[in-house]
Write a protein that binds this ligand. Structure first.
Ligand code: ADP
Ligand code: ADP
Length: 225
């Protein structure tokens, strides 16, 4: 069984069809990029996988279970947004701890998990800072740590580094790749950058106008005309 199965999912907003019926399976531990121009349906697809949107038709199965009926705190996914969306009034530690508290973990375990998360993204000394005291790259690292401590089955990333400069983007992409491989966490990564997709993905799903145009490894995609 695959970790993720999209089965004939389709999404319309009134008369606008954002996603034509499509199916896709993702294996455990894979990093799949959704690549396509603005408006091709990448975010809509990601939000359906995350349970933020309900498909107009079809199903999203994670480990064989339909996500449509999961309450937010039970969702087996965690999403890193383009704008990091950290709570400004909380410290870095509190930001990362928040989701763990909601899930009922005890104090000691939260501390252990948050510290492990911080060290995974190289921010072990930054727990007591506020988001406003961090650089853009550091904020995105906190956003990643906040997701990873929840041990989701699938990590969702929606153009996570789009607001960063090229150099930082390259570095963070490498870091994500490392973390992703170390933890073996299944990841869906949305980007409109072909170079980004080619350098980070195990498999690339090329989207256009709500459809899957092509699916293949970076080698397949790069070689195709
Ligand atoms: P991408 O992420 O590739 O830029 P989106 O998934 O955001 O594409 O959008 C796909 C299509 O669906 C676009 O035509 C967009 O305008 C439309 N769309 C997305 N979200 C909504 C919404 N909430 N209401 C209406 N149309 C939407
Ligand atoms: P991004 O470039 O980050 O995908 P968008 O401008 O495409 O940002 O979309 C931002 C938000 O607006 C999304 O939540 C999306 O659902 C919504 N949205 C996108 N297109 C439309 C639309 N045509 N009508 C209503 N909401 C939309």
């Amino acid at each position: 069984m695959s970790t993720l199965d999209l089965i004939d999912i389709q999404k319309s907003y009134g008369i606008v069809t954002a996603i034509e019926p499509l199916s896709l399976s993702v294996a455990n531990g894979e990093l799949v990029c959704l690549l396509g121009p603005s408006g091709s349906g990448k975010s809509t697809l990601l939000r359906m996988i995350g349970g933020f949107e309900t498909p107009t038709a079809g199903k999203v199965l994670i480990d064989g279970v339909d996500v449509a009926f999961d309450p937010p705190e039970k969702r087996p996914t965690a999403m890193v947004f383009q704008s990091h969306a950290l709570w400004q009034h909380m410290t870095v530690f509190e930001n990362i701890a928040f989701g763990l508290k909601l899930r009922g973990f005890g104090k000691a375990e939260i501390k252990r998990k948050v510290e492990a998360g911080l060290s995974l993204v190289g921010l072990q000394d930054y727990g007591q800072r506020r988001p406003s005291q961090l650089s853009g790259g550091q904020r995105q690292r906190v956003a990643i740590a906040r997701c990873i401590v929840l041990e989701p089955k699938i990590l969702l990333m929606d153009e996570p580094f789009a607001s960063l400069d090229q150099h930082l983007r390259d570095r963070l992409r490498e870091e994500v790749r490392q973390i992703q491989k170390t933890l073996g966490i299944t990841t869906i990564f949305v980007t409109h950058g072909q170079d980004e997709a080619l350098s980070v993905a195990d498999r690339i799903v090329v989207m256009s106008m709500g459809r899957i145009e092509q699916v293949g490894t970076p080698g397949d995609i790069y070689a195709s005309p």
